[in-house]
Design a protein around this ligand. Structure first.
Ligand SMILES: Cc1cc2nc3c(=O)[nH]c(=O)nc-3n(C[C@H](O)[C@H](O)[C@H](O)COP(=O)(O)O)c2cc1C
Length: 145
C-alpha cells in the first residue's frame, strides 16, 4: 500500500518532523514530499492509496503551496484525470500558538476524500507526545486501507 505524505515545511522544520513521524507510523510504502521544495505533479496522485497532509499556519491559513496542490487537483479532475480524489486522508498542523488555520485547512482537504482521525496539532517544535500522535495518525491511515 502506498501513502503520499505531502506537507509544507520551511521556517523551523516543525511540520517536516511531524511528516516524518506520520511516515514512520505508516511504515513501508510512505513517500514524503515537501511542497516548499518542489511542486507535486498531481497526475501522480492516483498511484497512491491514501494521503497525509501537513501545513504550518501562515497568517491563519494553510501554506500557499498546499492551496496550490488543491488548486491543481481541482483542475486535473476537470481535465478528466481519474482516481485523484476519494482517498483516505489524515491531517496535521503546526502553528505558533494561533492555530486558526485548522478550520479552513480541514474544510478544503475534505475534498480529497474521507478524512479519518483528528487533525494533530503542534505548537512550535513537536514534542514527544505530538510525535507519538503523528505516528498514531500514520498507523490509522494504514489500518483503514
Ligand atoms: C509567514 C508566516 C506566517 C505565520 N503566521 C502564523 C499565524 O497566523 N498563527 C500562528 O500561530 N503561527 C504563525 N506562524 C508560525 C508558524 O506556523 C510556525 O512557526 C510553524 O511551526 C512553522 O512550521 P515549519 O517550521 O514547518 O515551517 C507563521 C509563520 C510564518 C513564517
Amino acid at each position: 500500500m502506498k501513502a503520499l505524505i505531502i506537507y509544507h515545511s520551511q521556517q523551523h522544520g516543525n511540520t517536516g518532523k511531524m511528516a516524518e513521524a506520520v511516515a514512520e507510523g505508516f511504515g513501508d510504502g510512505a513517500t514524503l514530499w515537501n511542497t516548499n521544495e518542489k511542486r507535486f505533479d498531481v497526475t501522480k496522485v492516483p498511484g497512491y492509496d491514501c494521503i497525509a497532509v501537513g501545513t504550518p499556519d501562515y497568517f491563519s491559513y494553510m501554506a500557499g503551496t498546499l492551496k496550490t496542490f488543491m488548486d491543481d487537483i481541482y483542475i486535473a479532475e476537470r481535465n478528466g484525470v481519474k482516481g485523484i480524489t476519494g482517498k483516505r486522508v489524515v491531517l496535521f498542523l503546526s502553528h505558533g500558538g494561533g492555530g486558526r488555520a485548522k478550520e479552513s485547512f480541514e474544510k478544503l482537504f475534505n475534498r480529497l476524500g474521507d478524512v479519518v482521525g483528528e487533525t494533530v496539532e503542534s505548537v512550535g517544535s513537536p514534542d514527544a507526545s505530538v510525535l507519538d500522535a503523528c505516528k498514531a495518525l500514520g498507523k490509522t491511515l494504514a489500518a483503514r486501507l
